[in-house]
Design a protein around this ligand. Structure first.
Ligand SMILES: Nc1ncnc2c1ncn2[C@@H]1O[C@H](COP(=O)(O)OP(=O)(O)OP(=O)(O)O)[C@@H](O)[C@H]1O
Length: 274
């Protein structure tokens, strides 16, 4: 039986030499809790610039909670959260608001305003947080919608488009303020495999074309194997990370039986088919 007090680490979570870049987002010995209820503790991770980092684990282990803490919506009860070497919680609210402008977040359902067209949805953050004039905003909106292949849908309402298009529109809005770190919560949920693969292509383009750093919470193993460079596996029972590494590394080399079973579940399902 593996010692659960030390996670199965297929690399040093704070390594700086390997991969596309140095660490941009780092957590050291972080505990996440809601009041007295501890969700995860002893979280050590480092997300490298220009990489795709996956947060993995079974239902209810705390993946979304970890994502929440990475975008400043939940303060760790212990440990440090650093952004480019700066302690996120050491500064005042104003400084945190500045740092938050580096984040772009795509929520599960796209979270669009239903009473606004796609163009108006994407324009909203620009109107709220920049001093751009309306012509420049229109230009920026067109650019972002073109990036996700939705320029022709600029005047449509969210109710007039498909689920996959809503995700892409949510992504265009998340990109409005040119964030350099993007967070995706279950981007493929509810999408068919082809639409999901297209969204993966888009996510890879954001990494490779724009150099974005991306953190993704997902249960979709094919998608994770394809796009993620690195990651962390959270355990609901011990309430701590039990493995670090890319989804492929965890599938092929992790010795923890729970991680191995989880990461190989589709393979096993295929093997057991008549
Ligand atoms: N605001 C909250 N107050 C108290 N407990 C919460 C709160 N939000 C989440 N939790 C609890 O935290 C635990 C982890 O929830 P979380 O949504 O982070 O898990 P998850 O791994 O993302 O789950 P899933 O894969 O099912 O979406 C759950 O037990 C949940 O009930």
């Amino acid at each position: 039986m593996q010692d659960r007090s030390s996670p199965s680490t297929l690399h040093d979570p704070h390594a700086t030499e390997t991969g596309p870049g140095g660490p941009v987002l780092t957590m050291k010995d972080v505990t996440l809790a809601f009041g007295p209820k501890i969700i995860q503790s002893h979280i050590d991770l480092s997300v490298r610039r220009g990489s795709i980092f996956a947060v993995m684990g079974g239902s209810g282990c705390g993946k979304s909670t970890l994502l929440k803490s990475m975008i400043g919506l939940l303060r760790p009860s212990c440990g440090t959260f650093m952004l480019d070497g700066e302690d996120y919680w050491a500064g005042n609210d104003r400084r945190r608001t500045e740092l938050n402008h580096r984040f772009g977040v795509l929520f599960q359902n796209g979270a669009l305003w239903s009473s606004m067209t796609l163009g108006e949805n994407v324009a909203l953050p620009l109107q709220m947080f920049t001093a751009l004039d309306s012509a420049s905003i229109r230009q920026m909106v067109s650019l972002k919608l073109a990036l996700v292949g939705l320029l022709d849908a600029i005047d449509l309402m969210p109710s007039e488009i498909s689920g996959g298009m809503r995700k892409r529109a949510g992504l265009a809005r998340a990109l409005a303020l040119d964030p350099d770190i993007l967070f995706f919560d279950e981007p493929s949920a509810g999408l068919d495999p082809i639409t999901s693969a297209r969204l993966d292509d888009l996510i890879l383009n954001l990494r490779d074309g724009l150099g974005a750093t991306i953190v993704i919470v997902s249960h979709e193993l094919p998608s994770l194997f394809r796009i993620a460079d690195d990651g962390i596996f959270l355990d609901a029972v011990s309430k701590r990370p039990i493995a670090h590494g890319s989804p492929k590394q965890l599938r092929d080399r992790c010795t923890d039986p729970q991680v191995h079973a989880f990461m190989n579940r589709q393979r096993n399902e295929k093997d057991s088919r008549p």
